[in-house]
Design a protein around this ligand. Structure first.
Ligand code: CU
Length: 116
């Protein structure tokens, strides 16, 4: 392929799409080397977050709201078994901070901040 047009899609156009939750591609968090990558990210209310397992073994993801004092609140994902090569998607509908934790591997966690 040598279609220069494909390469010249204005970045501003892509950024515009990204900000529209309903149309945006999911934000992807990879499970790789027994870690969530990235381990910290910020998304907007209503964004889809996709967890994709790149490791050759299972992970088990729990997502819970996390208060400023560290206490955990509402459960968003109770414990999804993530098979190798598979992915699943969830949506965070309320602003706040959320802990993503693997129930199979100690210390494997990430933090998602959800803003308006
Ligand atoms: Cu794990």
């Amino acid at each position: 392929m040598n279609d220069k047009g494909m390469k010249l899609v204005p970045l501003a156009c892509l950024a515009g799409l990204w900000s529209v939750g309903a149309l945006a591609a999911p934000v992807v968090v990879f499970e790789r080397d027994i870690a969530y990558q990235p381990e910290a990210l910020t998304v907007h209310v209503g964004d889809k977050v996709r967890v994709e397992n790149k490791d050759p073994f299972d992970h088990k993801t729990r997502v819970q709201q996390q208060y400023a004092d560290g206490r955990l609140g509402a459960t968003i994902v109770a414990g999804h078994v993530d098979k190798p090569g598979a992915s699943f998607t969830f949506t965070l509908d309320r602003p706040g901070t959320y802990e993503v934790r693997c129930l199979l591997h100690d210390g494997m966690s990430a933090v998602i901040r959800v803003v308006r």
